[in-house]
Design a protein around this ligand. Structure first.
Ligand code: TYD
Ligand code: MG
Length: 454
């Protein structure tokens, strides 16, 4: 006989238990368990079984990699070349970053490129709010259907009735399943709703996008619990006070996770940034102390960025070390190498590092430009802005080679760079193949010699 029973689910990591616990044994969070009612299966209940059998590997037919373009090439690239029908795609990001805007634009793009209709389900905003946004974006297609609904049952029924070619759910934290008694946004609800949406995407063979807010602590389940369920996870990030937005894939069953898409938030929606180097170097005209042009590669795309350092005497207490855009640990390491091998004492100085444009650089190829920026600010000596720097620095002050020097130089040449300082090990591969002056360095000492005494 079937009867309801209670289970307790950790709101942080989704750990399930039949009794309440003060501390989650899985993720260690205190006070994170919430009760959920589930339909239990009693003794003697029939268990539905379906007969499935395995298939021999050579007999499996691979469907051609059919993809639909969103008409937004930055988004297409991050998705691996367009959306795959049947794919469930999660877009996470802080509130206000532009997720609703991006997906409304994507929906309009897909409707246009595929000729089918698209359904935008808003559980957060009223229809007139969505309409106002669409007006702002210049979207006015009669193939776009809007629905303001919060229960998964009704949403699925509308999808069944209207048969759209693509669905957007805004957002997963605000919809709920009537069968569960827990509140919208709890792990159980988020999981159940996503599982049903997955079924819908696969069953109807249409792409389904879900928006998820990244939440900190509290009772709302962050989209992290969903990452296992969905096919693709994209994160939309950037500083809200700045116009640039970066779309990054952290999981993709249909493509690589290296690619990023760059957008600029304008008063008429998100604009694609096709040539990032120009944007990140836009305000650059003169050589000033502490500012250096660096090269970095995100996915398959090289671009140039400006790294700034500010070294000032500490006026009170312990020296501050702040870094935005470069890992602070990495900066500390480079400062230590500069002190020990370069003989430059930062001991009583505050050090600030910033990457212009709000980018986050993870590549070690930015070691060399960071070091040059630090010394440039420390010594109040400007570095020529048409000189490009890249290279990794080891703990003993050696300059190590980095990947793909050729495409970095190609990009630099396009943006009008005249000179490049790179690891000696990379020099041979590029010398004579570029119009730029190429200077190879083997060590930190040699680097400082070339840049500041040469
Ligand atoms: P929104 O897509 O609502 O963010 P999210 O869904 O991630 O919460 O967009 C949020 C911000 O973008 C909001 O502060 C207004 C701004 N915005 C523009 O600057 N230009 C525009 O054309 C639109 C539609 C929004
Ligand atoms: Mg929104």
């Amino acid at each position: 006989m079937a009867r309801d029973r209670s289970i307790f689910v950790c709101q942080q990591c989704g750990y399930r238990t039949i009794k309440w616990l003060g501390k989650c044994p899985d993720c260690g969070t205190w006070n994170s368990f919430a009760e959920e009612r589930v339909k239990g299966r009693g003794v003697g209940d029939e268990v539905a079984t379906t007969a499935t059998s395995p298939v021999r590997l050579p007999e499996i037919k691979v469907e051609a990699g059919f993809r639909v373009s969103t008409n937004i090439s930055e988004l297409d690239r991050v998705l691996g070349g367009g959306v795959v029908p049947g794919g469930l795609i999660l877009i996470g990001g802080d509130p206000g970053i532009g997720k609703s805007t991006l997906l409304l634009q994507a929906l309009a793009g897909i409707v246009e490129s595929s000729g089918s209709s698209g359904l935008y389900v808003s559980a957060e905003e009223s229809l007139s709010q969505v309409k106002l946004r669409a007006e702002r974006l210049g979207i006015d297609s009669s193939h776009i259907l809007l629905l303001s609904e919060t229960t998964i049952e009704d949403i699925l029924r509308v999808i069944e009735d209207t048969k759209p070619g693509m669905v957007v759910i805004d957002s997963i934290q605000t919809i709920y399943c009537r069968e569960l008694s827990s509140a919208p946004g709890t792990v159980g609800q988020v999981r159940e709703c996503s599982a049903r949406l997955m079924e819908c995407a696969k069953g109807r063979n249409i792409p389904v996008f879900i928006i998820g807010h990244v939440t900190k602590e509290g009772s709302l389940a962050g989209p992290r619990v969903l990452e296992h369920i969905v096919d693709t996870v994209l994160y939309f990030e950037g500083d809200r006070s700045m116009a640039f937005r970066i779309l990054r894939a952290v999981k993709n069953r249909f493509g690589s996770t290296n690619e990023i898409g760059i957008f600029e938030m304008t008063d008429r929606g998100l604009r694609e940034v096709r040539n990032p180097s120009e944007i990140f170097l836009r305000q650059r005209q003169v050589s000033v102390p502490g500012t250096v042009t660096a090269s970095t590669i995100e996915g398959t795309r090289p671009f140039l960025v400006e790294i700034q350092a500010l070294v000032t005497p500490t006026t009170f207490g312990v020296p501050r070390r702040t870094s935005i855009g470069v890992d602070p640990q990495r900066v500390n390491l480079l400062i230590a190498v500069l002190e020990k091998i370069g003989g430059i004492q930062f001991g009583i100085a505050d050090v600030y590092i910033n990457v212009v444009g709000g980018l986050r650089l993870v590549e070690t190829a930015v070691d060399l430009p960071v070091v040059v920026a630090l010394v440039s600010s420390f010594r109040e000596m400007a570095v020529d802005y048409s000189t490009l720097f890249f290279g990794e620095i080891g703990l003993s002050g050696e300059v190590r080679t980095v990947a793909q020097p050729e495409i970095r130089l190609k990009e630099a040449e396009k943006t009008g760079m005249k000179r490049v300082v790179l690891p000696e090990g990379n020099r041979e591969r590029v010398e004579g193949r570029t119009g730029m002056e190429v200077i190879g360095v083997k060590s930190l000492t040699e680097l400082l010699e070339v840049v500041f005494n040469g």
